[in-house]
Design a protein around this ligand. Structure first.
Ligand SMILES: [Zn+2]
Ligand SMILES: [Zn+2]
Length: 574
């Protein structure tokens, strides 16, 4: 126990009292005591142990008891009780510059925000714009503060790594000595969260030293961490670690294969090779004693008698087995996507108008999208009641009649209520082209309760899609627990489409469950859950996740043409 811990505990009490809305005087007393302890030169711990804490200015009878308790037990029960009266991660909001107790309280009470990641998500959904005491400017400021905090965290979202990788690409394109480069590691495998970036560079013959020198001066590098024989390790300007692995021509395909991983996959590939007389090493492949030469990764797979295994499938050992039997499917590609579902506009909590969203969709080369603003119970999101939904449908009909090259399907992201009922009646849902059922409230249900809730919703004849299945926010909030097998079984039996929510914070359904659902006969849809024009382009992350789940063109609604999807949605009802 040292003085610092005591000061911290008192400051925490002061903050929590203020957060609770207790009178200012009470909370100020604790911060005053904390201040005077930090300023005194006396042996504070000794004084507390001797029962003389009251000699410190600002410490009264009650506080003196609490300090004795702290020194004796390492805890102050009063502080523990205070902490218990709030969600465990709520106080992390204080790490954000500009958020004091009254603002944090408003976020918690008005928007049910309990952690930084929930706050970040709420900002992306424009929830703070209309919140009293906040507004667009404060929302932007908070978002940029969160960005700063995130730099120090260990893992990053796929989208953040993706953007960083394109900055690195742009810098590498101009660099002397680079013959070719390839991003590897978990980014190449498109994991949903990623620690750092690996990049294998083949140096141009005779320019190895030049490359080492120029890499260290690469634009965008904040700090050079380590240089070895075949490695330059740097910190990018946004704080993300980047490892450049430098190879010659012969080693290059092996280095790419090895550095892409995963470890389990590489091990199973190695074992498969050795069962056929090959020795696979990080820089070479031998058959017996003979060292083999290859131009590319593809050549290595084919030498081993395997189909090429796309990086997204290199996780466990199942893909090697499948490749040996020729069972790796042709995975869906970004250019296969023709239309998207789950689009919000400023009718509810989106930032842009329906017309602007359509324009953005057209610019992405899409032929249609499915409009799904929030339903009436989602008051925080300006959800539509029956009357406004009807008005919106009329607006869509008008828009559709005026344009030939783009079609808007009418839908709703309808809340799944606690008992599994949907927020709109069958009569209302019947008139729509589709509906996405999502859980947005009461997220902390027990596993069996939450499962029952979703199962009930999936049995509703007018539900088309199951939205963001578990409610998770990556790096922020675990999803509610579910009996996933039961959900999949029910979805398959009732012919429901499972959404792959492509928002990089969600990527929910988890890719680990996709293959299972596909085998049960479920169809999927890549849904951007776009809350702005830019949000539509997030569909790309959904494509990555679909690929990780072994999905082909035929498994996805998004690859159907406008007429085909119209028919599909019609048949799905009832
Ligand atoms: Zn939602
Ligand atoms: Zn949504």
């Amino acid at each position: 126990m040292d003085k610092k811990e005591i000061i911290h505990a008192l400051e925490e009490i002061s903050l929590l009292l203020e957060l609770k809305g207790e009178d200012k005087f009470k909370s100020a007393a604790y911060s005053r005591a904390a201040r005077s302890i930090s300023q005194t030169t006396s042996d504070v711990i000794g004084m507390i142990q001797k029962g003389e804490a009251r000699k410190i200015s600002g410490v009264g009878e009650a506080l003196s008891k609490k300090l004795s308790e702290f020194v004796e037990t390492g805890k102050i029960s009063y502080l523990e009780e205070l902490k218990d009266s709030f969600p465990p991660r709520l106080t992390e909001l204080f790490e954000i510059q500009g958020l004091g107790p009254s603002k944090v309280r408003a976020l918690y009470e008005e928007l049910d925000i309990k952690s930084i990641s929930e706050l970040e998500y709420a900002c992306h959904e424009n929830r703070l714009v209309t919140l009293k005491g906040f507004g667009k400017k404060t929302q932007d400021k908070i978002l940029s503060e969160i960005e700063k905090l995130k730099v120090n965290s260990e893992y990053h979202l796929l989208s953040v790594i993706h953007e960083t990788a394109s900055e690195i690409s742009a810098a590498l394109e101009k660099l002397t000595g680079v013959e070719k480069y390839e991003f590897t590691g978990s980014y190449r495998r498109r994991r949903e969260i990623i620690r750092d970036i690996d990049c294998v560079i083949k140096f141009r013959s005779g320019e190895r030293d030049k490359l080492f020198a120029s890499l260290q001066k690469l634009k965008g590098v904040k700090e050079v961490k380590d240089i070895q024989n075949d490695l330059v390790s740097v910190v990018w300007k946004n704080g993300i670690q980047v490892e450049f692995i430098i190879t010659n021509k012969a080693e290059n395909p092996f280095a790419i294969l090895h550095s892409t991983g995963s470890k389990e996959f590489y091990q199973s590939l190695k074992e498969y090779g050795s069962s056929r007389g090959y020795t696979l090493l990080p820089t070479e492949l031998k058959k017996g004693k003979e060292k083999l030469q290859f131009e590319s990764e593809e050549d290595i797979f084919s030498e081993l008698g395997l189909q090429f295994i796309p990086p997204e499938l290199r996780e466990g050992n199942d893909s090697v087995r499948a490749a040996s039997k020729g069972e790796i499917p042709e995975l869906v590609k970004p250019e296969d996507i023709i239309g998207l579902f789950h689009v919000h506009t400023n009718w509810s909590d989106g930032a842009d108008s329906l017309e602007d969203m359509v324009k953005a969709g057209r610019n992405l080369g899409l032929k249609y999208f499915g409009l799904s603003d929030h339903s009436k119970v989602a008051i925080y999101a300006n959800g539509l009641d029956e009357k406004r939904l009807k008005e919106q449908c009329d607006a869509v009909d008008k828009l559709n009649s005026e344009q030939k090259d783009f079609f808007v399907f009418k839908g709703s992201e309808v809340d799944i209520l606690a008992d599994g009922k949907l927020d709109f009646s069958d009569t209302v849902l019947k008139k729509l082209d589709f509906s996405i059922g999502s859980v947005h409230s009461k997220l902390s249900m027990k596993k069996d309760e939450a499962t029952r809730r979703l199962v009930a919703a999936l049995k509703n004849p007018y539900l088309t899609f199951l939205g963001h299945m578990t409610g998770r926010l990556l790096l922020g909030r675990d999803g509610y627990e579910l009996d996933i097998d039961e959900i999949i079984k029910t979805a398959a039996r009732n012919k429901k489409v499972i959404e792959i929510n492509a928002n990089p914070h969600r990527l929910d359904i988890d890719w680990r469950n996709i293959k299972k659902a596909k085998e049960a006969g479920v169809k999927f849809s890549i849904n951007p859950d776009a809350h702005s024009k830019d949000g539509l382009a997030d569909f790309i992350y959904g494509v990555y996740i679909a690929r990780k789940g072994w999905l082909t063109k035929d498994d996805l609604l998004n690859t159907m043409g406008t007429d085909q999807i119209r028919k599909f949605l019609k048949n799905a009802k009832g």
